[in-house]
Design a protein around this ligand. Structure first.
Ligand code: ATP
Ligand code: MG
Length: 215
């Protein structure tokens, strides 16, 4: 969980599906040490840009660079640098909460004892350490969203991409998600695609998409 945070630079980017251009001419940066809210109307390309940063969506033009703080040449978009926080949790309902986080810390190649400690620390950070041995399907929607955050933290990846992480949450649970993001931003660069005023307000930077040309 000590991954060095990264800076993401987007240069003159365009995303298109067939003949339909979602946006073009977008240049933006997402800085280490910040929770950046990625905002814009529905269809403006927020999820598509997150997918491009993770290397899942090719750009029609431009480039995404991922800079580590060491002055080395930037990385291309890569899923290996990204922890994805989906809306909801993608939890394995019949496995316990710890297993649902352990899966991410083991995937990073750590030995079991270390992976378990990393997973427990991540659960502690989202306030769910005392629920570690419960089946995930017993948790509420808000708690499951926090499990998804814990899984991202336990992955040790330097870039956390969260796509509408509060879409099914009430204000109290959304506040909790915002608090967690603010607390863990020293561990990873965080980009949150959201329409939620609570998350936008809690973010320390923002990037606005409007669809169409950004030039
Ligand atoms: N795989 C795809 N094939 C074709 N069109 C797509 C594909 N993925 C997204 N689009 C289109 O690209 C546009 C941008 O979609 P995207 O999901 O990135 O928007 P968004 O800003 O995340 O919207 P929302 O706020 O509703 O989540 C939409 O018009 C969508 O229909
Ligand atoms: Mg979206």
């Amino acid at each position: 969980m000590s991954a060095e945070a990264v800076r993401v630079e987007v240069h003159d980017a365009a995303i298109a599906f067939g003949d339909d251009t979602v946006f073009s001419g977008l240049s933006a940066s997402f800085e280490a040490g910040h929770v950046t809210a990625l905002v814009g109307p529905s269809g403006s390309g927020k999820s598509s840009l997150l997918a491009a940063i993770a290397g899942h969506q090719p750009l029609a033009r431009g480039r995404v660079e991922i800079h580590r703080g060491d002055g080395a040449d930037p990385h291309r978009p890569s899923a290996a640098l990204v922890a994805w926080v989906p809306q909801g949790s993608n939890a394995l309902g019949r496995r316990d909460v710890l297993d649902n986080v352990l899966i991410a810390s083991l995937a990073d190649g750590r030995p079991m004892s270390r992976a378990r400690a990393v997973a427990m620390t991540a659960l502690d950070q989202v306030g769910l350490a005392d629920r570690a041995s419960e089946q995930a399907r017993r948790l509420s929607g808000g708690e499951l969203q926090r499990v998804a955050l814990a899984r991202a933290l336990a992955s040790g990846r330097p870039l956390v991409l969260a796509d509408e992480p509060s879409a099914n949450l009430d204000a109290a649970n959304t506040d909790m998600v915002a608090d967690i993001l603010a607390r863990v931003v020293s561990q990873a660069t965080i980009i949150v695609a959201t329409h939620d005023p609570i998350l936008v307000e809690a973010a320390t930077a923002s990037v606005h998409l409007r669809g169409g040309s950004h030039e």
